[in-house]
Design a protein around this ligand. Structure first.
Ligand SMILES: Nc1ncnc2c1ncn2[C@@H]1O[C@H](COP(=O)(O)OP(=O)(O)OP(=O)(O)O)[C@@H](O)[C@H]1O
Length: 255
């Protein structure tokens, strides 16, 4: 099945500090894996290594069996790795709708077939509106992207990723900075993605209630290393995880 993502002994050093330390893990389509761990554990760095924002010191990243660790981020995106873009990486001066329309268009390709692009415009715009409606942003379709408040910018990031419809969805604290009434909208979208059963979904998340609600599997990073991996109920009850989280005991002791 397409969308299998795998890291093998993935490692990055910053000077003497090993931020991600020989992490080997495979992620399957139809599964939402939450990546948790204390602050500074290496979660975002692990994401950056997978999506190509950072280059590993050693180890590999494979998608559908092919090595992609040497590719720059945009080429990994083209292979099917989707990471919520920060608006600074996009077109902050275009409208919300135009940003999503470009994402839809890029998924359909054919940017040089001008006649087709022109004929397809309405379809692209209709789909872009639908994507905005799904995150409840349609009423701001004509606002400049950079003018959105923070919570709406995060929703736009989710809409853009949905428009690109990658094989692998990577969410990094997708509800951070959102108001309480916005959070369920985004969680519902992630849940509906899960129900499609063909997407590989990775979620870095601090909020344990969100993790419990969405995750099929949890991996725990601690000091850059993979500390635990398994079903949520099992992983969260491991003494080693409790100690890493609660600081109730020395992690080495719990191991
Ligand atoms: N570009 C960098 N240069 C040097 N050190 C870095 C760099 N990026 C990350 N680090 C270090 O790597 C470690 C892991 O950081 P990372 O942001 O991945 O942790 P995290 O688990 O995502 O934390 P948080 O939950 O607080 O977001 C930290 O000690 C951090 O200071």
């Amino acid at each position: 099945m397409s969308g299998v993502l795998e890291t093998q002994d993935l490692t990055i050093r910053f000077g003497g500090h090993v931020a991600v330390d020989r992490v080997s893990c495979a992620f399957q389509p139809g599964t939402l894996t939450a990546i948790v761990g204390p602050n500074g554990a290496g979660k975002t760095t692990y994401f950056n290594l997978i999506s190509g924002q950072l280059k590993a010191t050693s180890g590999s990243v494979r998608l559908d069996g092919e090595e992609i660790g040497h590719l720059p981020a945009p080429l990994r995106t083209r292979r099917g790795l989707g990471r919520a873009f920060q608006l600074t990486q996009l077109f902050p001066n275009l409208t919300v709708l135009e940003n999503v329309r470009l994402a839809v268009q890029s998924r359909h390709g054919g940017a040089l077939q001008l006649l087709r692009v022109w004929l397809d415009q309405k379809g692209y715009i209709d789909e872009a509106y639908a994507r905005l409606e799904a995150v409840r942003l349609a009423d701001k379709a004509h606002a400049t992207a950079s003018s959105l408040p923070h919570g709406d910018q995060r929703k736009l990031e989710v809409a853009l990723m949905m428009a690109l419809d990658p094989k692998v969805y990577m969410f990094d604290e997708p509800t951070a900075g959102m108001s309480v009434d916005e959070v369920p909208v985004v969680l519902e979208l992630i849940r509906s993605l899960k129900e499609r059963r063909d997407k590989t979904i990775l979620l870095v998340e601090h909020k344990m209630d969100v993790v419990r609600e969405l995750a099929d599997r949890i991996i725990v990073l601690h000091n850059g290393q993979l500390l635990a991996d398994g079903e949520p109920a099992h992983v969260m009850n491991l003494p080693i995880v409790q100690s890493a989280y609660m600081g109730t005991a020395d992690v080495a002791e719990a191991a």
